[in-house]
Design a binder for this molecule. Structure first.
Ligand code: CAA
Length: 635
């Protein structure tokens, strides 16, 4: 490993620093305040400088520089604005690199070239509500139909989401076989059925865009499969190995920026008749900060150097990401401490940097996951429990639910079917509770989400609540931003938890924080016009339809006139959904009756868990009686 960067590296640093000081620094506070994505000021300018494709060969429109140059670029942008740093990092490491590393020549020409030239922006769609740290729990599906895959599902917390043109998206193509059933696809913005959720209102890196990706029957041409079917998880993991160098550089840059400002301030600020920099309590802090920055930089550049030389670097990039982001929190905290009360004010760089730093310990693998990765390189992998068989169990946020969804029929028929089902489950609509019963004590709640539209439509919620004998609730934005109901009526992880029997969610999309607040409900009903709204995956009954049409009919169907006071609540048992059969085919040995189980594979004969019968090698024989593979029959 070289312990010194080259002259070329330092010339690049000087070039980016000059640009960032002049064209980003003066605006960073405003971008942060206004959640502004600086396409023109950052993306277009980096493209002009030929830096949006730093590590890619010039034949693909890149700058042909090394991985250390890329790390320096992210570091220097982040030194003035952490948001600008991650725009480049997510674009290069996550949105473009997998196409460079795993794409066909055609895919590289079509997608990588405009990305590397900075004409297009890239993003990476891996994270889902049930697949965060456990990326193998991916639930988005891609089903091959003729020349296309049909993509359905959602991705959350996607950096550059909405602003990017090209997305590398991970989806399950073979269900039931764990990570080996995941494939990667290149998906273009603008394709029918591909939409975005609202941008998240984040604590930091507010000049970067982060959004939810929604896929509803999106037709992805077969030629946009990246790598082979089933290779997706490995593509994701290999991509993240490199991405972690980018995030480590971002963390380092943020910390470096805060450190420099703190040193400058400490030299100017006089207390007890001398600059505070010369008070030992501060000078020791500065010494510690500088040492941590140097350690982080060494770890990052050494991981980059290994990557550049095509040596294994997964453990080293995880170490760099973990260490640089951990110390970024410490250094930005110390910097703010040195500034004292002045550092706590909006408009001060250290205040923004303190907020920007936090995400670096979370995304592209939490630092807990980095420790898992590092430990597994040292200790090897922990053997998986036999019963799990490498097949992920679905972990819906609200637990197992019936998921009986009515879609596309006459609204009246769908409403009648819903009310019949609720009555069959034992709900008595001749009794009721007051509309303002505290959520935590309510047996039933009818809740409004943003899909309800104008405030005057709250009358529909009240009518349904009265007819259902329920209290009124809402999603967080309806109480907090729209203020249609008081704050104590919003349901969610950070609001009131509903633990009663019947929860009717109207126009609520089903953000994770909301779902966590209703996970103990006995029955969840969802009414929403977006069939892809996450709430439908987490409910017992659902109607896909316009709330303005569904709610009046529902109020009518539930109406029994004056309600009798409800008796004390008896918690109802939650309905259990039917067990789904395994999706793989079962094969039995014609000789001895041994049944091959793909979830277990045949470890004694080096057949990995998750291997389908069809994919067993032709020479494989029955482990019980040594009959040939041909002698197996499909059960
Ligand atoms: N490179 C290539 N293959 C790899 C690999 C790597 N680095 N790591 C694992 N694999 C392979 C394994 O060899 C294994 O292959 P076989 O099936 O052939 O044996 C397969 O992948 C499965 O590996 P594991 O059994 O180790 O997988 P796991 O389910 O136990 O998960 C994990 C491992 C490290 C925890 C992984 O799930 C992980 O990294 N989680 C964190 C996800 C993450 O970082 N998300 C961030 C999203 S992106 C983001 O945040 C972007 C942004 O906003 C900027």
């Amino acid at each position: 490993m070289n312990f010194k960067t080259t002259q070329e590296h330092e010339a690049l640093r000087a070039q980016i620093r000059a640009y960032a000081e002049a064209e980003i620094k003066p605006y960073a506070f405003q971008w942060d305040k206004e959640n502004y994505f600086p396409r023109r000021e950052v993306v277009d300018r980096l493209a002009e400088m030929g830096l949006m494709g730093i590590p890619f060969p010039t034949e693909y429109g890149g700058a042909g520089l090394d991985a250390t140059s890329y790390a320096i670029a992210v570091e220097e942008l982040s030194r003035v604005d952490g948001g600008a740093g991650v725009i480049l990092s997510a674009h290069v490491s996550l949105g473009s690199w997998p196409i460079y590393a795993f794409g066909t020549q055609e895919q590289k020409e079509k997608y990588l070239v405009p990305l590397a030239k900075g004409e297009k922006i890239g993003a990476f769609g891996l994270t889902e509500p049930n697949a965060g740290s456990d990326a193998g729990g991916t639930e988005t599906t891609a089903v091959l139909q003729g020349d296309h895959y049909i993509l359905n599902g959602e991705k959350i917390f996607i950096t550059n989401g909405g602003e990017a043109d090209t997305y590398v998206v991970f989806a399950v193509t073979t269900p039931g076989i764990g990570t080996r059933g995941i494939s990667a696809f290149i998906v273009e913005k603008g394709w029918e059925g591909f939409t975005f959720g609202e941008h998240y209102d984040k604590m930091g890196i507010r000049s970067s865009a982060t959004a939810q990706l929604l896929f509803q029957d999106v037709k992805v041409p077969k030629e946009n499969l990246l790598g082979k079917e089933g290779q997706g998880f490995k593509i994701a993991m290999a991509t993240l190995d490199g991405g972690r160098i980018g995030i480590a550089s971002q963390a380092l840059g943020i910390a470096q920026g805060a450190y420099e400002r703190a040193v400058e301030y400490a030299k100017e600020r006089v207390q007890f008749d001398k600059p505070i920099a010369f008070q030992q309590s501060i000078s020791f802090k500065i010494a510690d900060m500088a040492t941590k920055l140097r350690c982080a930089r060494m770890l990052i550049y050494s991981a980059a150097e290994l990557k550049e030389h095509h040596e294994p670097y997964g453990m080293e990039s995880a170490m760099a990401k973990m260490y640089a982001s951990d110390i970024a929190l410490e250094v930005t905290n110390d910097a703010l401490q040195i500034f004292g009360g002045s550092g706590y004010l909006k408009g001060m760089d250290v205040e923004r940097m303190y907020r920007d730093a936090k995400i670096t310990t979370i995304y592209e693998g939490t630092n807990e996951i980095q420790r898992v990765v590092i430990a597994s390189h040292i200790l090897g992998k922990e053997p998986k429990a036999q019963s799990a068989g490498g097949v992920k169990q679905s972990g819906a946020i609200t637990g197992p639910r019936k998921k009986q969804i009515w879609k596309g029929g006459e609204v009246q028929e769908m409403v009648d079917a819903l009310v019949d089902s609720l009555k069959q489950d034992g709900y008595d609509f001749t009794v009721g509770i007051p509309l303002d019963t505290p959520i935590a004590r309510a047996e039933r709640v009818v809740s409004a989400g943003k899909g309800i539209g104008e405030e005057e439509n709250m009358i529909l919620i009240e009518d349904v609540a009265r007819a259902a004998g329920a209290a009124i609730g809402s999603s967080r934005p309806v109480a907090e931003s729209l203020r249609y109901v008081p704050l104590d009526r919003y349901v969610g992880m950070s609001g009131q938890k509903f633990t009663g029997n019947l929860y009717i969610a109207c126009g609520i999309s089903g953000a994770v924080q909301h779902l966590k607040g209703i996970k103990d409900a006995s029955t969840i009903v969802a009414i929403n016009n977006n069939p892809n709204a996450p709430i439908f995956k987490h409910c017992d009954y659902g109607i896909v339809g316009d709330v303005a049409q569904v709610l009046p009919l529902l109020a009518q169907a539930l109406d029994t006139g004056e309600k009798l006071p409800a008796p004390p609540m008896v918690k109802m048992k939650r309905a259990t959904p039917k067990q789904e059969k395994p999706v793989y085919k079962t094969y039995v040995c014609g000789g001895c009756g041994y049944e091959y189980n793909p979830a277990q594979g045949d470890p004694d004969n080096d057949v990995l868990r998750g291997t389908q019968f069809e994919n067993l090698p032709a020479e494989w024989v029955c482990p019980e009686c040594a009959e040939a593979k041909d002698a197996f029959i499909q059960a």
